[in-house]
Design a protein around this ligand. Structure first.
Ligand code: NAD
Length: 418
């Protein structure tokens, strides 16, 4: 099949995976600089395996990138819309990019092309725009892996031709393909993210109790996660969920509930609990450091293996601490350039984990980069500090017995053990 992918962001670039199943893919974006970089072989985002897959696709002749939508659409079998749906100030999804992209495609597409929305859009959007729905469930950091080996493929269609073509495009994969109405497909995406966000908030509230009663959230999470009705994932306590999807999708789902006069109290509570998880962590730091502390921060990306800082919990924590007069130096393996766009020179940036902590007594771990586990083991110099106190917002270093290395360690939900 000849597939046009509109929007070359995290989701659009994962669609390069279609080439692995023998389809031809043309990636289109209005950002000429992004397309020029892709055509030079430079990746505009950090995503494991993407450079290799792009190079392979280009070499086989199956992959190309352009800003010329009309040219790309000639003879296309399918077109996937993968543009952003950021939040509006009231929490609802901003559909301006989807509306413009769909209108531009419709202006040039041939009658036999099937138009599909992959972006996360409120229920009713696909009916309004006359498109099929194929929501994406990938996780940044393992986007290609998830795209190529999904748990399930959700196909929302109103006609048999679109259904047949969507089933055909995914014919190579073994995962269940669930066909349903476009409304059900759209709601499925929000339900999945809303549920996962709620699960994270639930465990963070249990972690708060664990701290008070002397329990260890890691033991509790492991034990409840072995119950197949609960499952082991998304039970890690920390500073709350972030990223480009969970915060905006929970807010958009609350908005959808409001519009339909459904009182979605659980989701509202999960949202509030998420802010509380960040605040609890900040309060703990400030209680130990006193006012205007000098802090080192490891991790700014919203999660490990990505450079994305959109709605990053790490950035939120930094902002809360800056508001309390903290001075901060931070290190992240991939996200410093993106973080600079948000934080600018309000903090300073280090070249390595060890540079970051020179002369600083308090270290905050805010993203779960595995390399920080190695970095802390090799910390030799404590500078002028008698003691480096570590506040770990991800419990990343909790099992390393850092006290024996002379550090004081504070995690999340780690009550004093018996
Ligand atoms: P992104 O911001 O990384 O990329 C969007 C791209 O679309 C940008 O490159 C932008 O220049 C381009 N664009 C905007 N208008 C365009 C137009 N008219 N024509 C061509 N290109 C245009 O966004 P993303 O993170 O890839 O997310 C895209 C959608 O997928 C969102 O709805 C998001 O909620 C959803 N989603 C994202 C993820 C994720 O992990 N990022 C996962 C699942 C679903």
């Amino acid at each position: 099949m000849k597939i046009v992918v509109v929007g070359a962001g995290y989701v659009g670039l994962a669609c390069v995976g279609f080439t692995e199943w023998g389809h031809q893919v043309i990636g289109v974006d209005i950002d000429a600089d992004k397309i020029a970089r892709l055509n030079r072989g430079e990746m505009p985002i950090v995503e494991s395996g993407l450079p290799e897959l792009v190079a392979k696709g280009k070499a086989s002749g199956l992959l190309s990138f352009t800003t010329n939508l009309a040219e790309a659409m000639k003879g296309a079998d399918m077109c996937f819309i993968c543009v952003g749906t950021p939040p509006l100030p009231d929490g609802s999804a901003d559909l301006q990019y989807v509306d413009v992209a769909v209108a531009s495609v419709k202006a040039v597409m041939e009658p036999t092309t099937t138009l599909v929305i992959k972006s996360t859009v409120p229920v009713g959007t696909c009916v309004r725009l006359g498109t099929a729905s194929n929501p994406e469930f990938l996780r940044e950091g393992r986007a290609l892996q998830d795209f190529l080996h999904p748990d399930r493929v959700v196909i929302g269609v109103a006609d048999d031709v679109s259904k047949k073509k969507l089933l055909e495009v995914y014919a190579s994969i073994a995962a269940p393909k669930l066909t349903m109405s476009t409304a059900s497909a759209e709601l499925t995406k929000y339900a999945a993210n809303g549920f996962l966000a709620t699960k994270i908030s639930f465990v963070n509230e249990i972690a708060a109790i664990a701290e008070k009663v002397g329990a260890d959230i890691r033991d509790v999470s492991k034990a409840i996660g072995l119950d197949p009705r609960i499952g082991p994932h998304f039970l890690r306590a920390g500073i709350g969920y972030g990223g480009s999807c969970f915060p905006k999708d929970t807010e958009a789902l609350m908005k959808i509930a409001d519009l339909n006069e459904v009182d979605f109290e659980i989701l509202r509570a999960a949202h509030v609990a998420n802010d509380r998880a960040r605040q609890r962590f900040v309060d703990k730091v400030l209680a130990a450091t006193g006012p205007n502390p000098k802090l080192a921060v490891w991790g700014l990306a919203f999660k490990a293996q990505t450079d994305d800082v959109r709605k990053s919990a790490a950035i939120d924590v930094v902002e809360l601490l800056l508001a309390k007069g903290a001075s901060i130096i931070a290190y992240d393996p991939t996200a410093i350039d993106n973080a600079k766009c948000v934080l600018g020179d309000r903090i300073s940036y280090a070249q390595s984990p060890s540079d970051c902590i020179i002369g600083v007594c308090f270290l905050l771990v805010l993203t779960e980069w595995p390399e920080f586990r190695e970095a802390i083991r090799t910390v030799q110099s404590l500078g002028d500090c008698k003691l480096l106190k570590i506040f770990d917002g991800r419990n990343l270093l909790a099992d390393l017995a850092l006290e024996k290395q002379g550090f004081e360690y504070v995690g999340v939900g780690l009550g004093k053990r018996d």
